[in-house]
Design a protein around this ligand. Structure first.
Ligand code: GLU
Length: 390
């Protein structure tokens, strides 16, 4: 067993004893889930998928569909059209609360049911089937394989969905839903009933983590900006009314669902998904949450943890007849630019004053405007000894 898989297996051993909580009971089909199932998966930048535990177990995506339908709406309609109908504020209330803005009726955010139904209603289509196939196609692109719906969960969901119907009618009364309430709600029930495994969910999370590009298939699914917007909403609203404390303890944008799944996004590092059906009082899986918390801790993934290497370019120095050539590769951010400048000063101090020092920034894969400005300004001040190639 390779060391990373061994490390992940150890996480399962550590969380298995947590057997508190109960599977969701308000939808009959979910109540019958095997409560002992336990699995998780991690997907890194090169699309390597590592899973542990009951990784073949399929479960319905439930609320974890919400970020992906939001992504589809943002990608097709743009930010303004979407956020005109749904807010971006954590509600601090349970997922099925009537969290609507007083004057406008706009739901608090797209991660609570009211906001998710409003978002689904934005997806165009002649009927439920057409809308559903758009939604499932988008989710499939995130997962890198064709996903399908568990029809018995859908029937159970639709058969017990009066509260969601009531929310949708309220949204219609405010003009947030413009078309058919029935189509919007049934499409929403169908999107919640899509079957996934931890592998699928981890790939879906990884697609958000790597800026909207699926690291397994290589397909660009949504733009970098859309992936960033969705991840931002997950960071503040993804874990029901535990979202603030989750950010404090785990520090990763995440989304949970009542089937017992949790998926989390470590931007530029990993997509993570875990599954175990027993839920706590907030509706979050006890063991799946524990897994993500342990991973965040052991792998140093909390977004607000200081990282030495953030946007620091790779630097190589070569000698040429005219003088040293400093080649920059990778990503140049603001703090990275400062480091490069102090390195250039050291090189200047140890180089004969007649030599010209060339800074080659042409091969940088990613550059932030403020960083280039700092580098350019500094090099111009040091000219003619320095020359910048961009
Ligand atoms: N289908 C569920 C509902 O709307 C989704 C709930 C969830 O996962 O939070 O009731």
């Amino acid at each position: 067993m390779d060391p990373i898989t061994a490390l992940l297996e150890k996480v399962l051993i550590d969380v298995r004893p947590h057997d508190d909580g109960q599977p969701a009971s308000y939808i009959p089909e979910l109540a019958s889930a095997d409560p002992d199932l336990l699995a998780f998966g991690v997907v890194g930048p090169r699309g390597r998928v590592i899973t542990a535990g009951d990784d073949g177990a399929e479960f319905t995506i439930q609320s974890m569909s919400k970020p992906f339908v939001l992504a589809l709406a943002l990608q097709t309609l743009g930010r303004d059209a979407v956020f005109a109908r749904v807010g971006a504020e954590p509600s601090g209330e349970p997922f099925n609360a009537i969290s609507l803005e007083a004057q406008t009726g706009r739901p608090a955010n797209p991660m609570v049911n009211a906001g998710a139904i409003a978002t689904t209603a934005l997806i165009d289509g002649a009927d439920i089937d057409e809308r559903t196939s758009r939604v499932v196609a988008a989710m499939s692109a995130f997962a890198g394989r064709s996903l399908w719906i568990d029809e018995s969960v859908y029937s159970s969901e639709s058969g017990t969905g009066d509260r969601n119907r009531a929310l949708a009618h309220l949204l219609k009364s405010y003009g947030i839903i413009r078309g058919s309430v029935h189509d919007a709600v049934e499409t929403y029930f169908r999107q919640c009933s899509v079957l996934v495994t931890v592998r699928d969910l981890a790939v879906m999370a990884a697609t958000l983590a790597f800026g909207g590009r699926n690291p397994v298939t290589g397909e660009r699914v949504v733009s970098e900006r859309v992936a960033r917007d969705v991840t931002s909403i997950m960071a503040s609203c993804g874990m029901y009314d535990f979202s603030g404390e989750w950010m404090l303890r785990v520090g990763l944008p995440a989304k949970s669902g009542v089937s017992g799944g949790v998926m989390a996004v470590a931007t530029s590092q990993f997509g993570v998904a875990a599954f175990s059906p027993r839920l706590d009082a907030h509706g979050n899986s006890v063991r799946a949450s524990a897994i993500v918390e342990i991973l965040s801790d052991r792998f140093g993934m909390h977004v607000l943890e200081p990282h030495e290497s953030i946007a620091a370019p790779g630097v190589t120095v070569e000698e040429s007849a005219a003088g040293p050539v400093v080649r920059l590769g990778g990503e140049l951010g603001f703090a990275g630019a400062e480091r490069v400048i102090s390195l250039l000063r050291e090189i200047a101090a140890s180089t004969p004053s007649a030599a010209q020092i060339t800074v080659d920034a042409a091969e940088l894969a990613r550059v932030h405007p403020a960083a280039v400005l700092v580098l350019r300004t500094e090099i111009e001040a040091l000219a003619p000894r320095f020359r910048l190639l961009e």
